[in-house]
Ligand binder design. Structure first.
Ligand code: UDP
Ligand code: UDP
Length: 485
C-alpha cells in the first residue's frame, strides 16, 4: 500500500511512524525528553519532531536544545510561539517554571494546527505530563496516538492518576487533603505530597488534577523507571488497581545520555565520560569512592543560611566533596559569588579536598566517576535514576515537589537513605552542619548501603541490556508506534 502521506512503507506495508514530542519547561523535564528522543532515534524507521518554544526559561534548557538539534540534524524543530500571557500580573511571585507550564497550556489549542501541517504526516504525539490535558484531546481530534513521557517515578504516576479519584471519593468534600491511600501502592502521608497539593486553589494543583484525570485516556505512559526498582507501583498501575483501565505502562528507564549508542559500542569508562571540565579534571585526581557529590537539582534554591550549614557539615565531615551550588530558581539570575554565600575563609579551609562550582556539570558523568562515594541530593527523580544507574548511594534530603515521593523509592528500592525528618521548603528551621556532617561521615563508611546501591546499579544495567525489561518495553513502544502509523 502507498500511504496517502507518501511515507515509505516497511516490508509489511506499514507507513513510517512520525512522532512529535511536546516537552515542558525545566531541565528536570527537558533532559529526560532529550535522553528518550536520543534513544528513540537509534531505532530506524521512526521520524521525530520536537516542539520548541524559545526563549527558554533557563540558559541550560537553551544549551541542551541547541546541542540536540546540532547532534541529530534529522530531528525536526517545530518552532512554537506562545500567546501573550501576563504571568507576573496574574500569579505574582509564582515559580517561573510553573508559569511557563501555564503559558504553554494556554497556547496548546494552537498546537493542533502546527502538528496537522507537518510533513510527513504525524502519527503520534509524546507529551509532557504538565500539558497532557490539553494535548490528548487534540491528538484524538487528529486521530493520532498520544503518549505521556513521565519525568517522575511510577509511584508519583500512581499518585497523579489516583489523586482526582481520592478527591471525588472524599466523604467530606470540605475537609482538607489528608493522607492518600493509593490502592495497591502505599499510604502516601500528607507530609510527603508536593506542598501545593494541600491547597486545591493553587495553580499547580489545578493543572495536576486536570492532567491526572486525562492521563487515563491516553494511549500509553512512558516512565523513567525499571521493573526491579518499583515493582509494586508498576504492578498496581498495570493491573488497574490504581485506576481501572489505565493505559499501557512502558517502564523504559533509566534514561541515559548514553542510550543513543546502546546498540553500538557504549563508552562507559571514566576516561570516555571525562569532558575535560574543571570538576571532572579535579575528580580524576581523587581516590576511588572518596568524594561526596552534593547537588540539589537545577531549580531548588536553598536558603543562604542552610547553604552555610551544609558547608559546615561538609567541612566537619572531613570528606572530600564536589558541590554544585545553586542559589536561585533560574540559572540566569544566579549572580552570587561562592565566597559571599559560603562565608569568608571556607574555600581556603577546604582547599584541596573540596570543589565548589556554580557551573552546569554533566551530573550523569560525575555519578559514574569511580571517585564518587555518595550523593547528597534533593531527591529529584532524574537524580535518583542517575544515582541508581551508577550504583552510587544517595542520601535523600527532599526539598519540595515530588522529592519526598521519590525518596520513598530511594529507601524501598535500595538506592540509598532518606532523611525523613530533615527540613522541607517553607519550614523555617535549619538542619545543623553538625548533623549533616555526622550523617555524611556515617554513610560514607556504610558498606551495607554501598552494596545495596551497587546491586541496584546492576539491576539497572540488566534492565536496559538486550532482553532486559526496559529494553523489551522500549521495543513494545516502538511496535505500538508502528502498528497504526
Ligand atoms: N543536572 C546536571 N548538571 C547540573 C544540574 C543538574 O546534569 O549542574 C541535571 C541532573 O543530572 C538531572 C537534572 O539536571 O538530570 C535535574 O533533574 P532532577 O529531577 O534531579 O531535579 P530538578 O532539577 O527537576 O529539581
Ligand atoms: N506533575 C504532574 N502533573 C502535573 C504537573 C506536575 O504529575 O500536572 C509532577 C511532575 O512531573 C513532578 C511533580 O509533579 O513529578 C512536581 O515536582 P516539582 O514541583 O519538583 O517540579 P518539577 O520537578 O516537575 O520541575
Amino acid at each position: 500500500a502507498v500511504p496517502s502521506s507518501g511515507q515509505p512503507d516497511d516490508a509489511q506495508g506499514r507507513a513510517r511512524p512520525h512522532v512529535v514530542f511536546v516537552p515542558s519547561a525545566g531541565m528536570g523535564h527537558l533532559l529526560p525528553f532529550i535522553r528518550f528522543i536520543t534513544a528513540l532515534s537509534s531505532h530506524d524507521a521512526v521520524d521525530i519532531s520536537v516542539v520548541t518554544v524559545l526563549p527558554t526559561v533557563s540558559a541550560a534548557e537553551a544549551d541542551h536544545l541547541a546541542a540536540l538539534f546540532n547532534k541529530f540534524p534529522g530531528i525536526r524543530r517545530v518552532d512554537f510561539q506562545l500567546l501573550p500571557f501576563d504571568a507576573a500580573a496574574e500569579f505574582p511571585g509564582a515559580d517561573p517554571f510553573i508559569l511557563r507550564w501555564e503559558a504553554l497550556r494556554r497556547s496548546m489549542h494552537l498546537i493542533g494546527t502546527a502538528i496537522a501541517g507537518l510533513t510527513p504526516r504525524a502519527t503520534a504525539v509524546v507529551s509532557d505530563v504538565t500539558l497532557v490535558s490539553h494535548v490528548n484531546p487534540i491528538a484524538k481530534d487528529l486521530g493520532i496516538q498520544c503518549h505521556v513521557l513521565f519525568v517522575s517515578s511510577a509511584t508519583m504516576m500512581s499518585l497523579l492518576s489516583y489523586f482526582p479519584i481520592y478527591l471525588d471519593e472524599k466523604k467530606n468534600p470540605h475537609a482538607g487533603v489528608g493522607d492518600v491511600d493509593v490502592p495497591g501502592v502505599c499510604l502516601m502521608k500528607r507530609s510527603w505530597l508536593p506542598q501545593p497539593l494541600l491547597d486545591l486553589e493553587k495553580l499547580f494543583t489545578k493543572q495536576f488534577i486536570e492532567n491526572g484525570r486525562e492521563i487515563v485516556k491516553t494511549d500509553g505512559v512512558l516512565i523513567n523507571t525499571f521493573d526491579a526498582l518499583e515493582p509494586v507501583a508498576l504492578g498496581a498501575l498495570r493491573d488497574g488497581k490504581v485506576v481501572a483501565g489505565f493505559p499501557t505502562v512502558f517502564a523504559v528507564g533509566p534514561y541515559s545520555s548514553l542510550a543513543a549508542t546502546a546498540s553500538e559500542t557504549v563508552a562507559t569508562t571514566a576516561e570516555a565520560d571525562d569532558d575535560g571540565s574543571p570538576p571532572m579534571a579535579w575528580l580524576r585526581q581523587q581516590p576511588a569512592r572518596s568524594v561526596v557529590y552534593v547537588a540539589f537539582g537545577n531549580r531548588s534554591a536553598v536558603s543562604h543560611e542552610q547553604l552555610r550549614e551544609i558547608a559546615a557539615g561538609l567541612e566537619t565531615s572531613g570528606c572530600r566533596f564536589l558541590w554544585i551550588l545553586k542559589t536561585t530558581v533560574v540559572d540566569r539570575d544566579d549572580h552570587a559569588g561562592v565566597r559571599d554565600v559560603l562565608g569568608e575563609g571556607f574555600m581556603e579551609r577546604v582547599e584541596g579536598r573540596g570543589f565548589v562550582t556554580k557551573d552546569w556539570v554533566d551530573q550523569e558523568a560525575v555519578l559514574r566517576h569511580p571517585a564518587v562515594g555518595m550523593f547528597l541530593s534533593h531527591s529529584g527523580w532524574n537524580s535518583v535514576t542517575e544515582a541508581a544507574a551508577a550504583g552510587v548511594p544517595l542520601l535523600a534530603w527532599p526539598r519540595g515537589g515530588d522529592h519526598r515521593v521519590a525518596a520513598t523509592v530511594v529507601a524501598s528500592g535500595g538506592v540509598g537513605v532518606w532523611m525523613e525528618g530533615w527540613s522541607w521548603d517553607g519550614e523555617d528551621w535549619l538542619v545543623s552542619g553538625e548533623e549533616i556532617g555526622e550523617k555524611v561521615k556515617e554513610m560514607m563508611a556504610d558498606a551495607a548501603v554501598r552494596e545495596r546501591a551497587a546491586k541496584v546499579g546492576e539491576e539497572a544495567a540488566k534492565a536496559v541490556a538486550i532482553g532486559g525489561t526496559s529494553q523489551t518495553n522500549m521495543l513494545e513502544f516502538v511496535a505500538k508506534l508502528k502498528a497504526t502509523a
